[in-house]
Ligand binder design. Sequence first.
Ligand SMILES: O=C(O)CCC(=O)C(=O)O
Length: 259
Amino acid sequence: MPRTFDDAGYFICRGLVTAEQTEAIRQGLMRKASEVAASGDYGRDKILEDGAKASPDSVPLHERFRKLNQLDLLPELWNHWYAGAPVLEVVRHFLGDDILRKYASAFLKPARIGGATPWHQDIGLWRDRNDDAMNGWLAIDASTQANGCLQVVPGSHLGPILEHVEYEDSIHAELPRDRCNDLSVEYVELQPGDAVFWHSRLWHYSAPNRSETGRIGVGAVWVNPAQISQLTTAKRLRWAMRTGRILPHPAPELIVTTD
Ligand SMILES: O=C(O)CCC(=O)C(=O)O
């Protein structure tokens, strides 16, 4: 019997973004990486920061970061992913004809040194209770078991939101480690341009990259106007679609303030 999003809590769309568009996004991310490298701000990624500072020339630019944020203003990323026509056709099915892009990050897992993302439910990390937000991840590189593709526990979105824990060596809060042994996982292996979408409660993880090939993916969270009242912190959202019309880069912002 075919499995639905309701059953599994995730689904994959193959070839959602074309090879040319995927490559354009990669170039945009490399541009952004040069800007961040020039600013010397490596965020919380101490391993890469130490590596980059110790021998800047020997660490290629795209290997210096675990995560790139504030990607709103990359036109390629906006037009092909956050507000790409085939992408919004998928998101619209769940959120309707008015769609706001809430979150934008690229996840980089450099060859040999890329670290794990711990088991978590996205909603367990958010202060907002956007249970029905749509979460997506676009593969820029092939993402395989060898280079640390996403792993998910199908059906885990049907359970509760668990209290996430910040351990001494956590990169961010995570599901209690004693609950994460012997999980029945599925590996989300993707080719460039494939995307995976999941429910905010779905348990997911990615392993360290011990392989010789890097792995870049771009995450996104979309909400609809009905979900704005669930925001508990001030946010800058951007309109991706209004009444069924796609808003290309530079899309208007919606600034949400909370009292
Ligand atoms: O790219 C990864 O390895 C992790 C991505 C992730 O956990 C997320 O987008 O919530």
